[in-house]
Every structure is written in structure tokens, then in C-alpha cells.
Ligand binder design. Structure first.
Ligand code: G3P
Ligand code: MG
Length: 299
């Protein structure tokens, strides 16, 4: 690692900046509320607002992280079916582009960990990716293809919820947001959607292309400082924040509620953490183990 990079990491990872994170997040939420109020109904289109409210018509949302990550090979059709079978209202998934610019469902930058392929997904076209085995690495499972995003949507029943997390950005993915929006629009609102990303520029592009779609800003404690405090929320006025479970406090929940911002929390480990977060009043949980959390959502 170069000296400059080492110094940058040190500056961003000092204890003082970490302890500032919760304060900066609450300040970002308050500033977002003020900006949304100042902008009036133009902050979010009426249709985006209606689509957002529809997501929560059944109460808090239960989404399977990458499908049913605890018991199935992540981001495969089998994992999505397993999540719904276990009682989820829908799923979270990660999308990126194949070499022939088709939105596919994959988490990592490379194929190496979760498939029998090698290298970047952009080194392969979507047909080649569909022929790979993304399932057998997971104990007890057989072959599953790397799904196209469109194929995944076609497999979803009416009324299911899909949180599409857009990966990137990268120079190889200049058309990613447009292509993802095109796929979503072929299935929405039969399938309900919220689009999320760690990268505000991607979400701004989604809102420009498809103002009807709700957007959620992801952040993480271990991300570089610009991606961990939600400081861009006042610029973006997102419909939801997507914090990691470790970042959720009652005061953040109250601030978001006052601001009219939904909170969808990831990646919830077990039913104890799920129960604690639901008691705080969060709006949605993205969980690895759907089966253990589903009883908390039965009404
Ligand atoms: O969308 C929630 C969560 O999936 C974000 O992190 O790395 O699991 O995609 P990651
Ligand atoms: Mg994800």
C-alpha cells in the first residue's frame, strides 16, 4: 500500500471519526427533513410516495438477504424461492452487468467465491454466466445458474417485494442504472421494488430515470467515511435509509420517523436482533435467516 493510501486510511479510521458517525447521521437525517419540507411535494413524486407506502401496507417488511443466505446459495433463484417459502415478503439482491451489458444477479466483483467460474462478470456474456454453477458450493445444494435480473423478476409472485441493490459504480458499468431500470419497469408494479445503493450518484441517476421508484441510501460502519455517515441524504432526499444493524439506535429511528424516511436494516443475524430492531420501530429487516425471523412478523 502506498504511503498516501496508508495515511488516507489512517485519517478515515481514527477513533474520533468513528465516534462522530452517529452524530453525523442524525444531522444528515435532520437536514434531509428540512430540505424535503422546503422542496414540498417535488422532493419525492406523488407516485414514488404511493409506491413507498405500498411497500409497508402489511406492516414492517421482512426481506431475505441475497435470498435466504443462511440456508441457500446466495443470489440464486433457489435462494429467492427459499426466502419466500420461509415467510419473507420479498428479497434483497445485488445486481451488476455481464460482459454483454445484461443486468445479472451477483454480489462479488468476481465469480470466484460463489460460482465455478473465474474472473469478473464483465469477462463473460450472460449466456455463459447462466451456464455456470452458482449453487454447488453451498452444502446440500446442486447446480444453480447465475440469474439474469429479468429472470429473477419473472420468478417472483405478484405482490412480492424486491430490494434491488445496484453494485458499482465502475467505468465498465456506465449503463448499469439505465439497464436495471429498464428491467424493473418490465415487472413493476406487479412486483414491488425499492432500489438501493451505497453510491448516491447511482441513486440520483435512478431517480432521474424513474422518479416513480422508491430509493434507499445504504451506509456501513466499515465503509470509507464518505459512505458511512449518510451525509449525502440531504442532497438526495432518499425515501429510505438502509443502515447496518449495528448503526441503528432509538434516536436514529425517531429522527427518521420525524423526517418521513423509512428505515430498512441489514443484515440482521438472528431473531433476537430482529426483535430488538422491531421494538425500536424500524420499517424493514433484511435478514440472513428468514425462517427464524418470520414468526415475529405473523399477524
Ligand atoms: O443491501 C443490504 C446489504 O446487502 C448491503 O451489503 O455487501 O451484503 O451487498 P452487501
Ligand atoms: Mg446487497
Amino acid at each position: 500500500m502506498s504511503l498516501a493510501r496508508t495515511l488516507l486510511h489512517a485519517a478515515l479510521d481514527t477513533r474520533w471519526s468513528t465516534s462522530l458517525d452517529p452524530l453525523l447521521r442524525r444531522a444528515a437525517v435532520a437536514a434531509t427533513a428540512a430540505r424535503a419540507k422546503a422542496m414540498g411535494s417535488s422532493a419525492r413524486g406523488a407516485s414514488s410516495r404511493a409506491a413507498l407506502d405500498a411497500l409497508y401496507a402489511r406492516g414492517p417488511l421482512l426481506l431475505g438477504h441475497r435470498g435466504a443466505k443462511a440456508r441457500a446459495p446466495e443470489n440464486t433463484l433457489g435462494a429467492f424461492r427459499a426466502a419466500l417459502d420461509d415467510g419473507a415478503h420479498g428479497v434483497e439482491l445485488d445486481t451488476t452487468l455481464s460482459g454483454d451489458s445484461v443486468p445479472i444477479v451477483l454480489h462479488d466483483d468476481t465469480l470466484d467465491r460463489t460460482t465455478n467460474g473465474r474472473g469478473k462478470p464483465t469477462d463473460h456474456d450472460a449466456d455463459d454466466l447462466a451456464a455456470l454453477d452458482a449453487g454447488s458450493w453451498f452444502p446440500g445444494w446442486g447446480k444453480e445458474p447465475v440469474p439474469r435480473l429479468d429472470e429473477m423478476f419473472r420468478a417472483m409472485p405478484d405482490g412480492a417485494v424486491v430490494n434491488v441493490e445496484i453494485k458499482g459504480p465502475s467505468p465498465a458499468f456506465v449503463s448499469l442504472e439505465r439497464r436495471v431500470v429498464d428491467v424493473i419497469r418490465a415487472h413493476w408494479p406487479r412486483v414491488q421494488v425499492i432500489v438501493s445503493s451505497f453510491h448516491p450518484a447511482q441513486l440520483l441517476e435512478v431517480r432521474r430515470l424513474a422518479p416513480e421508484l422508491p430509493i434507499g441510501l445504504l451506509f456501513a460502519d466499515d465503509a470509507l467515511l464518505p459512505l458511512r455517515t449518510a451525509w449525502t441524504a440531504p442532497l438526495l432526499v432518499p425515501d429510505a435509509l438502509h443502515p447496518p444493524a449495528s448503526a441503528v439506535t432509538p434516536s436514529l429511528v425517531h429522527a427518521c420517523r420525524r423526517a418521513g424516511i423509512r428505515l430498512n436494516v441489514w443484515a440482521v443475524r438472528d431473531e433476537h436482533e430482529a426483535a430488538r430492531l422491531l421494538a425500536f420501530g424500524v420499517d424493514g429487516l433484511i435478514v440472513d435467516d428468514v425462517a427464524s425471523c418470520a414468526p415475529l412478523f405473523e399477524r
